[in-house]
Design a protein around this ligand. Structure first.
Ligand SMILES: [Zn+2]
Ligand SMILES: [Zn+2]
Length: 110
């Protein structure tokens, strides 16, 4: 009887671990645009659509991959301005933008 219980517990543990591993494998990866913070599940789908904050002008180019890791806060590489998301960071003009003060948006450091 005890053996049966032990076996059941072992099977349950294995099923549990397999479910966890499966859930982690299935967790969709997130890719962000460095110009606007747009989120996509693959680089292909990210770069397939036009970016409304593209440096060449709204919808003048496609989203570009942000190659840094996901962070709790993002820092502008030109001026040090901080924001909790790429989309909020890139929503405002940067005082130290290389094109001139307020001539472009903040850009997230990697
Ligand atoms: Zn974009
Ligand atoms: Zn900035």
């Amino acid at each position: 009887m005890n053996t049966m219980i032990t076996r059941t517990i072992t099977i349950l543990a294995v099923v549990c671990m397999a479910t966890l591993a499966f859930a982690q494998a299935k967790k969709p990866a997130a890719f962000y645009c460095k110009y606007c913070g747009h989120k996509a599940s693959s680089v292909a789908s990210l770069t397939a659509s036009a970016c409304f904050r593209h440096p060449n002008g709204p919808h003048k180019g496609r989203h570009a991959l942000y190659e840094g890791s996901e962070k709790e806060s993002y820092t502008c590489k030109y001026c040090g301005h901080k924001a909790s998301s790429i989309s909020s960071l890139t929503s405002s003009a940067c005082i130290r933008h290389p094109n001139g003060p307020h001539k472009g948006k903040h850009a997230p450091a990697l």
